[in-house]
Design a binder for this molecule. Structure first.
Ligand code: SF4
Length: 258
């Protein structure tokens, strides 16, 4: 069952200048059991693990094990599980992975953008569709300054790429400095790769450390140009509902490291 866009529209107006806690509180009260938080255990996602669980201790998180994740991601995931976080893992369909690897090899994603997207489609996009099945809203740790492809994301939007459900991105306006200030202030578990020059962590063969001064996303799919650097999990919405530019209550109009 889809949901009407009115709640997203109202939230966008109401929470235009509010912090992530207020938006998350609205999200959990509005959607109840029909909402979950996406996590890939990157820096923004551990902030969300902390803030969302303080707002809603029973919040459900979901993660995708692509089959190519680095060991450090599982270690930080376990640290959060031991803290009581409710994490559901989703895996790719084994037949699709077998077909991909047996036909094109273990590193087909290096052959071109289409080949890379084909791998992401099997290992990330299809499991995400199952993770979102039955939900009416999801929450991500996307920030606008992470990449050119994310510069226009809204704090609350209708996710037309996933059946029109509501997508909530409480950290859209946060900077990397704010993220790390929060992690240090609350002594949160985070991926050890961040301390080795990885501002962004994804699959092991598609992520590397960046040099000082390089863009934080430079370590992801470094053989591609910046406008291609999305895996298909986050596609621009045709109907953004930006909290910062939506009309107010009198005439209301109405997100990581992946
Ligand atoms: Fe495949 Fe790389 Fe995409 Fe992971 S990030 S799904 S290994 S192309």
């Amino acid at each position: 069952m889809g949901i009407p866009t009115a709640p997203a529209a109202q939230a966008a107006g109401r929470f235009a200048s509010a912090g992530p806690e207020a938006l998350l509180d609205w999200a959990f009260r509005t959607f109840g059991r029909r909402i979950a938080v996406a996590t890939s255990f990157g820096a923004e996602d551990v902030v969300l693990l902390d803030v969302a669980r303080k707002v809603e201790p029973d919040a459900v998180f979901f993660a995708i094990d692509t089959g190519r994740l680095p060991e450090e991601t599982f270690l930080v995931a376990e640290a959060w599980r031991e803290r009581g976080a409710r994490i559901r893992w989703y895996f790719p369909e084994h037949a699709a992975v077998e077909g991909l690897v047996n036909e094109a090899g273990a590193y087909s994603f290096r052959d071109g953008v289409e080949e890379r997207k084909a791998c992401c489609a099997v290992r990330k996009v299809e499991p995400l569709q199952r993770a979102l099945s039955g939900l009416e809203a999801w929450i991500t740790g996307l920030r606008r300054d992470q990449s050119p492809t994310r510069a226009q994301i809204a704090s609350v939007e209708q996710d037309d790429a996933h059946g029109g459900i509501v997508k909530i991105n409480p950290l859209t306006s946060w900077t990397s400095e704010q993220v790390w200030d929060h992690i240090r202030a609350h002594r949160l578990p985070y991926s050890a790769l961040h301390d080795r020059g990885y501002p962004s962590v994804g699959c092991a063969p598609c992520t590397r450390a960046v040099q000082p001064g390089e863009h934080p996303r430079a370590g992801r799919w470094w053989w591609e140009s910046p406008e291609h650097k999305e895996c298909g999990l986050h596609r621009p919405s045709a109907a953004p509902r930006n909290a910062s530019n939506a009309p107010g209550p009198a005439g209301e109009g109405a997100g990581g490291n992946a």
